[in-house]
Design a binder for this molecule. Structure first.
Ligand code: HEM
Ligand code: HEM
Length: 175
């Protein structure tokens, strides 16, 4: 396929890196121990924090890249084009909001955050803050909204591939 019909290599790499990190976050979020007042951020919880901050960094890069590089011209028209833009916009919004809310919650528990275990990150809320505590609940709820949108997005990708039989899926193919 002509390369100009695909997203550029960096956009494709970041798309699939974020997919992998988000997948890991759902598995970790659902399998890590319940978080209570005195829970320490070790084991699977520590992994959820490390992968989560890496995801946030990948999203920052991705948004910068997207803002400075045009995607390939699309073949969609009319309502499908609008639906696709809305879904992509909402995916971007939730891919930032869910991790940020998680970080706010972690800070309210006085859990230190680092980028890849090396670079210390600033706390996003004061320790003990009830606002930060509430954001933990919203983190869990919005994670479900993100999952629903991912379901819609993946269903659309499969529809393009197997029903419309167009080239949409190849636009994001890793190689
Ligand atoms: C897209 C990325 C993320 C997803 C999909 C995700 C998903 C989840 C899920 C499913 C839970 C369990 C919720 C529940 O059982 O009610 C959870 C809990 C939690 N997550 Fe995340 N998470 C993400 C990013 C992050 C980040 C970046 C941080 C912080 C650095 C974080 C910190 C937490 C904390 C502290 C909890 C426990 C909240 C509580 O029970 O009060 N998460 N996450
Ligand atoms: C099997 C899983 C997936 C497939 C096959 C897939 C496929 C695609 C394709 C083909 C596009 C380009 C659509 C176009 O421009 O016409 C795309 C874009 C996008 N995907 Fe996925 N995707 C998958 C999973 C995910 C997941 C899990 C997320 C979120 C975590 C996600 C987030 C996005 C976003 C935000 C865009 C918009 C890119 C942009 O234009 O900036 N995708 N995906």
């Amino acid at each position: 396929m002509h390369t100009a019909l695909r997203y550029d290599a960096v956009a494709r790499l970041l798309h699939w890196l974020v997919v992998a990190l988000v997948g890991a976050q759902f598995v970790l979020g659902w399998t890590m121990p319940d978080v209570h007042r005195d829970t320490q951020p070790v084991g699977l919880i520590a992994a959820h924090l490390i992968v989560g901050t890496a995801l946030l960094a990948a999203m920052a890069l991705r948004i910068l890249w997207r803002a400075t590089h045009r995607p390939p011209a699309g073949e969609l028209s009319g309502p499908l084009r609008v639906l696709s833009s809305l879904t992509h916009g909402a995916l971007y919004a939730l891919l930032v909001a869910v991790p940020v809310l998680g970080c706010i919650n972690a800070s309210s528990r006085a859990w230190p955050l680092t980028l890849l275990g090396v670079v210390p990150l600033p706390a996003l809320s004061p320790a003990g803050s009830s606002f930060g505590h509430a954001m933990g609940d919203i983190h869990g709820v919005l994670a479900w909204a993100l999952l629903a949108l991912i379901g819609l997005h993946v269903a659309a990708a499969l529809l393009h591939r197997f029903v419309f039989r167009d080239r949409t899926l190849q636009r994001m193919a890793l190689w």
